[in-house]
Design a protein around this ligand. Structure first.
Ligand code: ARG
Length: 561
């Protein structure tokens, strides 16, 4: 229930705009004054009355109904106190009736959102840099799905470019299929690095590479087979990681998919007089100081931007999206500004629906847990290392736990996801496995642990009985939880609107902390059944919402920890 709206609806007074009033509603500085209040100072000028008088008038007009217990006008403020017991009863009933659906809505029904995320490069390592991108995209995908949108997850694979010509040459010279099948991308990266070293000594390798790339372009059978093989090796590896991170895509249409879809875009740009010659290349220039968007090189080759132009049209035509999101690091700010501007200049009114959901960089603490291959840290190594540490913690704290490996995986992967999603996405971060695994910190394991603590309470106290005395929740720590539970649907909306899963991670921490405070302050397993049952209902609802929030982030909830 929206308590701000509730108090606005309770007011019966002419001459004040209810929307203006709603904007004024806030929490009182001193919570002893009430749960919410309306400061009337801003109204004074327009109403030509002192704030004290306005506050009195508003307070006397209130129809308290069931939920509002007390209304007072004090020094220009109208203070509202709710009936905590009724409020708690209603919120808990709502959470428990909806269960896994609590927080979901159908506001997005009939609307489609495309999300381009992760978008890895073929034959390149899936490294730490892709972690935030992939975690963010996955969370935004689930958050929009929960709000009823039709979501299309797109992995815009980096599967085009002259590097594939080089890789073919390297493979033919030094490639060992058995080794590549076993070690995957690592083996491919090695021969690719070797190619560059050898090319310095023997420049004719470069010519060979260009010839092989041409062969891919011309559809030569051998070239295409090798190209597909590299793709298959990379995707096998990447999919293994996606599975662990609970990431899904609806489309793997990568850059090569647009090979035959770029010419029509170039033609249209030419027709509209937007494509200009510049030193033999074709560019679109802007009327301000933004650098021109290069769309065709002087040798006729197309570019990353050309493929993104074609992809934008393809997505609009195929999915008729309401929004098309690009979850990509801020390094590519200029690229997306250019693409969106070119679309706008072409008269695509939907260019306004394109959003670059930019994010920061993730780096590792120097030296820590890095199986370094060249300078790259493979994400899979990081995951394995965090999971191994989680296993150690279990061995120390709870050696008799069943399914230790499975739970270590849930904790380690959960810690990693939660850790990178905890700050606003635009911030750069230094990833520390000790920090994300800290069971007492603002971490995934802390939330998972709180979830498991709720479970163990049910093991201890048994089923919740029929008789419920909600006065057992008439205390500060219970009230805080109820208010948070009530707020969860708004949290989802806010995080969707801002494309910011950190709104959800931060909320999960707030709720977990509120629950742990309650756990220490209120005896749950009391002799008085009614009170105990009320507190168990609160525990059950908390567990539900913690689980719902973690699910949105792609994080599992071990039943025991
Ligand atoms: N593969 C690119 C990279 O690793 C990211 C692609 C992002 N998506 C896009 N439509 N440009 O930098």
């Amino acid at each position: 229930m929206d308590y701000r709206q509730l108090i606005i609806d309770s007011i019966n007074i002419d001459g004040i705009d209810k929307q203006d009033l709603l904007a004024l509603v806030t929490a009182p500085k001193d919570s002893a004054m009430g749960d919410l209040c309306i400061p009337c100072f801003k109204l004074a000028k327009e109403m030509k009355k002192p704030p004290m008088v306005i506050a009195e008038e508003i307070a006397t007009s209130v129809d308290k109904g069931d939920m509002i217990e007390q209304v007072t006008a004090v020094a220009g403020f109208v203070n509202f106190k709710f009936n905590n017991v009724k409020f708690a009863k209603q919120v808990l009933a709502d959470v428990l009736a909806k269960g896994d659906d609590y927080g979901k809505s159908n506001e997005g029904n009939g609307k489609t959102i495309c999300i381009d995320y992760s978008s890895v490069n073929i034959a390149k390592p899936f490294h730490m840099g892709h972690l935030l991108n992939t975690a963010l995209g996955g969370a935004i995908y689930r958050i929009y799905s929960a709000l009823g949108y039709n979501v299309v997850g797109i992995n815009h694979l980096g599967d085009w470019g002259t590097q594939f010509g080089k890789l073919i040459v390297a493979y033919k010279l030094w490639g060992n299929k058995k080794d590549i099948n076993e070690r995957g991308v690592r083996a491919l990266v090695e021969i690719y690095v070797k190619f560059h070293k050898e090319e310095e000594k023997n420049p004719s390798l470069g010519d060979e590479a260009r010839a092989w790339f041409k062969a891919i372009e011309n559809g030569n059978k051998e070239a295409l087979e090798l190209f597909e093989y590299f793709k298959e090796i990379t995707l096998k590896e990447v999919n293994r990681i996606y599975e662990r991170l609970h990431i899904k895509f609806d489309s793997y249409a990568g850059e090569s998919f647009y090979n035959d879809k770029m010419q029509p875009v170039l033609d249209e740009l030419t027709e509209k007089g937007l494509l200009q010659e510049s030193e033999g290349a074709k560019v679109v220039k802007f009327d301000d100081d933004m650098s021109p968007c290069l769309l065709q090189r002087s040798d006729g080759a197309t570019l990353y931007a050309t493929r993104d132009m074609a992809a934008a049209f393809y997505r609009k035509n195929t999915y008729d999206f309401d929004k098309c999101l690009y979850v990509v690091a801020y390094q590519q700010n200029l690229h997306f500004q250019q693409i969106f501007r070119v679309l706008e200049m072409m008269g695509c009114e939907w260019s306004k629906d394109m959003v670059h959901v930019a994010h920061g960089m993730v780096s590792l603490e120097s030296g820590a847990m890095s199986t370094r291959e060249g300078n790259v840290v493979f994400l899979e190594d990081v995951l394995n290392s965090v999971v191994a540490k989680a296993k150690q913690v279990i061995e120390e704290k709870n050696p008799d736990l069943e399914d230790k490996d499975k739970i270590a995986e849930q904790i380690g992967v959960g810690a990693t996801l939660f850790g990178v999603l905890y700050n606003s996405r635009i911030k750069d971060m230094v990833f520390s496995s000790d920090k994300v695994l800290n069971f007492e910190g603002e971490t995934g394991p802390y939330v998972q642990y709180t979830y498991a603590r709720c479970n163990s309470l049910f093991d201890k106290c048994g089923e919740i009985g029929e008789e419920v005395d909600y006065s057992g929740l008439d205390n500060a720590s219970s009230k805080a939880i109820v208010a948070l539970l009530d707020k969860y649907p708004q949290i989802l909306q806010e995080s969707a609107k801002k494309y910011e899963p950190s709104v959800v991670t931060r909320y999960a921490i707030d709720l977990a902390q509120a629950f742990n405070k309650f756990y220490f302050e209120c005896k749950i397993n009391t002799e008085r059944d009614g009170i105990k049952n009320a507190r168990l209902l609160l525990t059950k609802a908390t567990r539900q919402v913690l689980g719902n929030a973690l699910a949105l982030l792609g994080i599992d909830t071990p039943q025991k920890m």
